[in-house]
Design a protein around this ligand. Sequence first.
Ligand code: GDP
Ligand code: MG
Length: 208
Amino acid sequence: MRKSPRRRSAAQPPESAVDFRFKVCLLGEPGVGKSSLVARYVLNQFTERYSPSVGARMLKKELRVGTPDGDVEVVLLIWDVMGEKTLAALLKDAYFGGSQGILAVADLSRPDTIQALPGWIGAAQSVAGSVPVVLLGNKNDLDPNIESTESFGALAERSSTPCWLTSAKTGENVETAFQTAAAAILERYRADSRSVPSRPLAASASQP
Ligand code: GDP
Ligand code: MG
């Protein structure tokens, strides 16, 4: 049984039986495993074949997030954007506009993809605002060397960002990473709602 009344996202009216719909973006260098992570999470599939994304793809996933007031049903609208930086820069308003959260993905076997993350996150937040970020160090099944795992952890610590070592291939931490993002977005949403002062009666009475 539900412990709390249904609430509505201010931005988008929800589908039936859904409390919130949040847009999240995956970003990171080409080939780090963004599309594979979405395929694992939404379809429970994995392929070794690499088909570079053309344009952006959106997949939906419904999940349940625990809050102090009880569980809520959330639909994540997951945007998998193509990793080509120049095009992503051109299209960043469309990709990142209205995003309520970011999953920033690096390939632990390619240290350059870790160094590239702050640039990607900065580009997305310049459009979406300072929305919650979760860092994913992907391809953990390839036994990455300790230096790259440490540099990934150091980036997370510097930016006070939650992070997970993931594998789209084995499924390690994939669900948990998306769940962390949904919980962080929900927590931000609740904090923002609390910080909005309710309008004084006199002021609302003067509205047409
Ligand atoms: P994207 O360009 O970031 O969307 O990357 P893709 O999801 O297309 O993945 C690029 C390549 O890496 C593909 O050949 C995938 O099969 C492979 N790949 C993705 N995730 C993993 C993973 O966790 N482990 C391993 N071993 N390979 C992966
Ligand atoms: Mg892709």
